[in-house]
Design a protein around this ligand. Structure first.
Ligand code: S3P
Length: 439
């Protein structure tokens, strides 16, 4: 499932980004809409669903679990029969590259009285699963996996769960959501307390499906419930996809770009706060709300940036924007330092190592640390070997797209190798970039 994204991006520098664009639907919200629609009773209608490989994996998983799903183009309809309507899958479920799919499904299936086996690609099978397996076992699920249960494939014999009060050592929406989804099948109340607030889409969406959710500070609780009711979900544009264009328009002089209908949930928009501190000109216009999610048009005009210190507290609010923040920091005047971001080591790639290597290929001095990076900005265009730069994506969609943005601000041409991974979150990225770039 690699969609139609080319195997390599051949890029030339742009002078500026201009006009109005729309980015595809939010990946996190798309997964949750499918999962809750499949767990509810009745027909859930989803508008704006992302058709990236990761979400297609979640859709395929629920088809295997006996849920009928109709993709009518503009609207995707999910015919749910409640949690009790899910059926034992007749084969291993392969979730490809998608960490959100495997961890959230592990949570949901931990409560179902049948056997499920979840796996994924080489990258996913190397990512830590103990962070969800541990609390799910405490709730009573029987889960096995390689490395004592820390690595997929995960073998889940679900059912018989009891609610727990879990204090998570990481600020992770995947961990929080896995435990809350298991909590729907558990006896009593299940709560998760996290060290910092991670994206809160699950707890925002659950009440729309009829679940009872309570929040007190960093603690969120859900009551066991097999009476979820279908509803309609309108998925806003993905802020994490918009982020590439926000940085591109900021660093390319003369740019003036508006990205329509972007989800700007405050648990996601740490990048805007940091870029503004660096001197960026970003405005949120025509703010509205849909299903508890704030949506806005994001207007970005270019501005000279200066380096900044990114404090650990803001990291959960911009965890997926780190690769492209590195490109903004590279174009800024002075030094940018990120700390408290060791989670970046266990994403689709080791993003600290991947971005240190990518920055160096663009002639930017960068030093990595176990939990972050220090970047010496060039105060303008990027460099490296202008006669023909070759960059590798590290098999990571966000590294590939960040390198493509850096290429717009560099002299000469750039080839980014191994870019099929971009299909996981943003299949139309290259066409959209070409439509907004003026040379
Ligand atoms: C996601 C949560 C984040 C994020 C990922 C999507 C989600 O992961 O990096 O891209 O949809 O819940 P963690 O929860 O592991 O931080």
């Amino acid at each position: 499932m690699t969609g139609s994204v080319p195997a390599r991006f051949v890029l030339k520098a742009a002078r500026r980004l201009e006009g109005e664009i729309v980015v595809p639907g939010d990946k996190s919200i798309s997964h949750r809409a499918v999962i809750l629609g499949a767990a509810a009773r009745g027909t859930t209608e989803i508008r704006g669903l992302l058709r990236g490989d990761d979400v297609l994996r979640t859709l395929a998983a629920f088809r295997r679990l006996g849920v009928s799903i109709h993709d009518g183009g503009e609207i995707v309809r999910i015919e749910g029969h409640g949690l009790n309507g899910l059926r034992e899958p007749d084969d291993v479920i392969d979730l490809g590259n998608s960490g959100t799919s495997i961890r959230l499904l592990a949570g949901l299936l931990a409560g179902r009285p049948f056997l499920s086996i979840l796996t994924g690609d080489d990258s996913l099978r190397g990512r830590p699963m103990g962070r969800v397996v541990d609390p799910l076992r405490r709730m009573g699920a029987r889960i096995d996996g390689r490395g004592g249960g820390n690595l997929a494939p995960l073998v889940i014999r679900g059912g018989g769960l009891r609610g727990i009060s879990y204090v998570s050592p990481v600020a992770s929406a995947q961990v929080k959501s896995a435990v809350l989804l298991a909590g729907l099948s558990a006896e009593g109340e299940t709560s998760v307390t996290e060290p910092g607030l991670s994206r809160d889409h699950t707890e925002k969406m659950l009440p729309a499906f009829g679940a009872s959710v309570r929040r007190e500070g960093l603690k969120v609780s859900v009551e066991g419930c097999d009476r979820l009711k279908a509803c309609s979900v309108d998925v806003p544009g993905d802020f994490s996809s918009a982020a590439f264009f926000i940085v591109g328009a900021t660093i390319l002089p003369g740019s003036d770009l508006t990205i329509r209908r972007v989800g700007v949930n405050p648990t996601r928009t740490g990048l805007i706060d940091i870029l503004r501190q660096m001197g960026a000109r970003i405005e949120l216009e025509s703010m509205t709300e849909t299903g508890g999610e704030v949506v806005a048009d994001v207007r970005v005009r270019s501005a000279p940036l200066k380096g900044v210190r990114v404090a650990p507290e803001i990291v959960p609010r911009m965890i997926d924007e780190f690769p492209v923040l590195c490109i903004a920091a590279a174009a800024a005047e002075g030094e940018t330092a990120v700390t408290g971001a060791s989670e970046l080591r266990v994403k689709e790639s080791d993003r600290i190592a991947a971005m240190t290597g990518t920055l160096r290929a663009f002639g930017v001095q960068a030093e990595d640390a176990p939990d972050g990076i220090r970047i010496h900005g060039r105060g303008g265009g990027l460099g490296g070997d202008a006669s023909g730069r070759r960059i590798h994506s590290y098999g990571d969609h966000r590294v590939a797209m960040s390198a493509a943005i850096a290429a717009q601000a560099a002299q000469g041409g750039t080839v980014v190798e191994d870019t099929a991974c971009v299909a996981t979150s943003f299949p139309g990225f290259l066409d959209l970039l070409e439509s907004a770039a003026r040379s």
